[in-house]
Design a protein around this ligand. Structure first.
Ligand code: FAD
Ligand code: NDP
Ligand code: KYN
Length: 449
């Protein structure tokens, strides 16, 4: 259910294993003119996502249209820039078009004789005893029921499949909204289609309690997202007129404003999206239904990992199917046991990165700490991989990455009082401290992931 990013990719994996798949999608086919596309225009794709795409043979095709972003570029209120690389020199997260990626996945699904696509079909409910879907044709309004054998709920953060499971016994569910919303805005391409800001970077305007970010598009423009409180002195509620928006951007984002000629129109035309974390369990109902992607673990977007995590779900499910064949009961059970702690950790990481992006990246001490961490990583490659790299450039389970990251943070808290400048790293006393900390870490048993 749902032909979004995860549903369309999952269908390819299932078809590859010889299964007949029908995908139902409430929206119109986004490849046809006039269809309404999802909200965020571009997404950051990283190693977990790449691995899943490579598993169905489209890694290269997507990489050709992705823009590598090698570092964060922070813009302060005076327009001064500071920088933070994401990983080693050649490591990057990639800005890709959500619609373009979804289109490519749907094209592949359509070409596959084992996959049937049914657009304009909205799931209204599920009869979990009879294994029937209740569907509504959104063009005619007609309702009908369809039987299923295995149902994969990939219908996003507001999943109808999950809605049906919520009415079963001992189903745990929580949703938690931030008091922030987001609005998408545009930085226009320069004359001749050049990028008016550094192209191969993710731009951040950290402002303490809120932030704006920008990701590059292929046409020279940037897609900006303002993450902003709903209420308060600086909030969506406080910006009611074009003059207020203009004055606010002049004061807070002065270097971005001249690059946003459509700001006043966009600000009032584009919706404010809400930001929610959804946690639930179980994800499986008997050997019939399984939730994947945002349907089982919607997270706030600040790590750029929601889609990557959903794609990794596909990789993990595929590995379990490889191992257990069509023993759905075992596959579903193992899938949810393995993935739930990782999804929970990713939800925490996403909230943690919100604070980092809106606040900590503007602190020179934080940037110094990150430089020192990368020096430690370079000196002790087998013993130190930054939390960001573990999440973004590795396949270490999220829960393990989060536990390792918290341990590293403790070490840095002990180390940083001895460091006032980058050069202090080479001091014998600092080197000894680091050696001791790492030796101590080696002696500790690995944390339970
Ligand atoms: C502002 C923002 C920025 C983001 N940036 C990133 C990023 O940079 N990197 C990243 O990895 N992730 C990012 N994410 C997260 C990412 O968008 C999601 O994790 C991802 O789209 C989840 O894919 P999905 O297939 O599970 O759900 P969706 O993409 O939402 O797909 C669900 C599909 O199901 C359909 N559907 C819904 N209800 C029904 C129904 N009742 N019947 C039939 N069909 C239905 C929907 O129309 C949709 O097509 C971002 C999210 C937001 C909000
Ligand atoms: N974690 C997060 O904070 C968020 C994640 N997302 C994810 O981003 C992606 C793109 O989103 P997009 O496709 O634009 O989805 P939308 O936000 O447009 O939602 C699609 C449908 O979900 C229902 N819906 C929307 N908001 C709510 C709500 N607050 N409570 C209940 N139902 C709601 C509406 O259905 P109806 O018209 O029937 O009411 C809407 O038409 C998706 O993956 C989604 O899962 C989206 C928003 C926030
Ligand atoms: N795609 C996003 C969408 C919204 C907010 C952040 C991102 C990021 O990708 C942040 C990036 N991972 C960072 O840590 O700098």
């Amino acid at each position: 259910m749902g032909a979004g990013l995860v549903g369309s990719l999952l269908s390819l994996y299932l078809a590859q294993r010889g299964h007949e798949v029908t995908i139902y999608e409430r929206r119109a086919d986004l490849r046809k003119a006039g269809s309404v596309e999802g909200r965020s225009i571009n997404l950051a794709l990283s190693d977990r996502g790449w691995r899943a795409l490579e598993g169905v043979g489209i890694g290269e095709e997507i990489r050709r249209v992705g823009i590598p972003m090698y570092r964060r570029v922070m813009h302060d209120q005076q327009g001064q820039l500071s920088f933070q690389p994401y990983g080693q020199d050649n490591q990057a997260i990639y800005s890709v078009s959500r619609a373009g990626l979804n289109r490519t996945l749907l094209d592949l699904a359509e070409q596959n004789p084992r996959i049937q696509l049914r657009f304009n079909e909205q799931c209204l409910g599920i009869d979990l005893r009879a294994n029937h879907l209740e569907l509504r044709d959104t063009l005619t309004g007609a309702q009908h029921t369809v039987p299923f054998q295995q149902l994969f709920g990939t219908d996003g953060a507001f999943s109808a499949v999950r809605g049906a499971m919520q009415r079963t016994d001992r189903f745990n569910y929580s949703q938690s909204y931030l008091e922030y919303g987001y609005k998408e805005l545009t930085i226009e391409a320069g004359p001749g289609g050049e990028w008016p800001l550094e192209k191969n970077a993710l731009h951040i305007w950290p402002r303490g309690q809120y932030l704006m970010i920008a990701l590059p598009n292929l046409d020279g423009s940037f897609n900006c997202t303002l993450f902003f409180p709903y209420e308060g002195a600086h909030s969506f509620a406080a910006l009611q007129t074009a003059a207020q928006v203009q004055a606010f951007f002049e004061e807070i984002f002065p270097d971005a404003l001249p690059l946003m000629p459509d700001l006043r129109e966009e600000f009032f035309q584009n919706p404010v999206g809400s930001l929610v974390t959804v946690r639930c369990f179980p994800w499986a109902f008997d050997d019939n239904v399984l939730l994947l992607g945002d349907a089982s673990h919607a997270i706030v977007p600040f790590y750029g990992q929601g889609m990557n995590a959903g794609f990794e779900d596909c990789t993990v499910l595929n590995e379990l199917l490889e191992h257990h064949g069509n023993d759905w009961s075992t596959v579903f059970e193992q899938f949810q046991r393995q993935r739930k702690p990782d999804a929970d950790a990713m939800a925490e990481l996403a909230l943690y990165n919100f604070e980092e992006m809106r606040d900590r990246v503007a602190d020179p001490r934080f940037l110094l700490q990150k430089k020192i961490e990368s020096k430690i990583a370079a000196q002790y490659p087998g013993q130190w991989l930054s939390l960001y790299s573990q999440v973004t450039f590795s396949h270490i389970p999220y829960a393990e990455a989060w536990a390792n990251g918290q341990r590293q943070e403790q070490i840095m808290r002990r180390l940083m009082p001895h460091i006032q400048a980058e050069a202090d790293f080479a001091k014998p006393a600092v080197q000894t401290l680091i050696r001791n900390e790492l030796a101590q870490q080696e002696r500790q048993p690995p944390s339970e992931g």
